[in-house]
Design a protein around this ligand. Structure first.
Ligand code: BEZ
Ligand code: FE
Length: 301
C-alpha cells in the first residue's frame, strides 16, 4: 500500500514552481513532474533500476559530440520524434508530409547546380532524382532551396566515416525558375541506426531490429513558406513496415524505377542500368507568427 509521502510528494514538488515562472515552462514542468512520478509509482521503480536509468542517461550524454547525437536517436527510437512531428504538422492541406530530421543533418552542405552529381566518386547504383517545388496553389517556387543528405551504399553517413575529406553525399540545390530540380546520386539502401551506444543496448533488450528503410533526406525551404523536413523512401524496401524510428508515411514512398537504356542513361550523364525517381514537394505559406519567429531566430544567429 502506498504511504502518504508517495502520494503527496508530487503536489509538493509542483507547489515549489514559482508562479512567476514563464507560463509555458510552468505548464511543461508541472506535466513532466506529474507523469514522471506516476511512471515511478506505476512500475514501482527499484533503487537498482533508478541507478541503471541514471547510468543510461549519463552514457547517452557521454556518447554525444558534434557528430553523434544519441539523445535524438533515443527520441527517434522511442517514437517521440514522430509524435512531435505529428502534433506540429496536423493539417497537411496538400503539403508534402514531414518525417524525422534524424541525427545526421549537417549545416553547410556543398552547393551543387541542377543536374550535378552529389555522389561523385562513391560506388553505388546510379540514380536520377527530379521534380518540382510548388506552393499549395500549384505555383512554382523559383529558387526554393533543397538541402539533401544520404548514406553511402553500405549505409553509413559521412559523419560516421573517418577521412571522407569533407562533407560527402550531401548537397544544397536551388529549384530553377519553373520550380524544377534534378540531380544525380546513388540509390539509397536500408541501414541500421548506430547500435554501438546505449540505444543499441536498449533496442536489443526490447527485441527490436535497428533497421531504417532506404531513403533520401530532404529539407526544402522557400522564403515565406513553411520548411518541409522529410525523406523519399524507396518503394519495395523490406523495412518500410518496421522502420526503427516509425518515420514512414505512404505519401513519401516513391518508385525508384530501374532503367536499362544506355542512351537514356547517357543523356542524363549516367551509366546504365540506372534508377530514376520523380517527386514534387508542396510547401504552404508560413503563418505570420512563424515567419516572424523564424526571422528573429535567424537574425539572432
Ligand atoms: C536517419 O535517417 O538518418 C536517422 C533517423 C533517425 C535515427 C537515426 C538515423
Ligand atoms: Fe537517414
Amino acid at each position: 500500500m502506498q504511504n502518504e509521502l508517495e502520494t503527496k510528494l508530487t503536489d509538493a514538488v509542483i507547489a515549489r514552481l514559482s508562479p512567476d515562472a514563464d507560463p509555458r515552462f510552468r505548464r511543461i514542468m508541472q506535466s513532466l513532474i506529474r507523469h514522471l512520478h506516476d511512471f515511478v509509482r506505476e512500475v514501482e521503480l527499484t533503487e537498482e533500476e533508478w541507478f541503471e536509468a541514471i547510468k543510461f542517461l549519463t552514457a547517452t550524454g557521454q556518447k554525444c559530440d558534434d557528430k553523434r547525437q544519441e539523445f535524438i536517436l533515443m527520441s527517434d527510437v522511442l517514437g517521440v520524434s514522430m509524435l512531435v512531428d505529428a502534433i506540429n504538422h496536423r493539417r497537411s492541406g496538400g503539403t508534402t508530409e514531414t518525417t524525422v530530421l534524424g541525427p545526421f543533418f549537417v549545416h553547410g552542405a556543398p552547393e551543387i547546380k541542377n543536374g550535378d552529381d552529389m555522389a561523385a566518386g562513391w560506388k553505388g547504383e546510379p540514380t536520377y532524382v527530379s521534380g518540382r517545388v510548388l506552393s499549395t496553389e500549384g505555383k512554382p517556387l523559383a529558387g526554393a532551396l533543397l538541402d539533401l543528405w544520404q548514406s553511402n551504399s553500405e549505409g553509413s553517413y559521412d559523419v560516421q566515416l573517418a577521412d571522407t575529406g569533407g562533407k560527402q553525399l550531401r548537397a544544397k540545390l536551388r529549384a530553377d525558375a519553373e520550380g524544377h530540380f534534378r540531380l544525380r546520386t546513388i540509390l539509397p539502401t536500408s541501414y541500421p541506426v548506430p547500435t554501438d551506444g546505449p540505444m543499441g543496448l536498449v533496442l536489443d533488450r526490447m527485441g527490436r531490429h535497428p533497421m531504417r528503410p532506404a531513403h533520401l533526406h530532404f529539407m526544402v525551404s522557400a522564403p515565406g513558406y513553411e520548411t518541409v523536413v522529410t525523406h523519399l523512401f524507396v518503394k519495395g524496401d523490406p523495412y518500410l513496415e518496421s522502420d526503427v524510428v516509425f518515420g514512414v508515411k505512404d505519401s513519401l514512398i516513391v518508385d525508384f524505377k530501374r532503367n536499362d537504356s544506355a542512351s537514356e542513361a547517357q543523356k542524363l550523364g549516367l551509366k546504365a542500368p540506372f534508377y530514376s525517381a520523380s517527386y514534387d514537394f508542396v510547401l504552404r505559406p508560413a503563418d505570420k507568427a512563424k515567419q516572424h519567429a523564424a526571422r528573429a531566430a535567424s537574425d539572432a544567429v
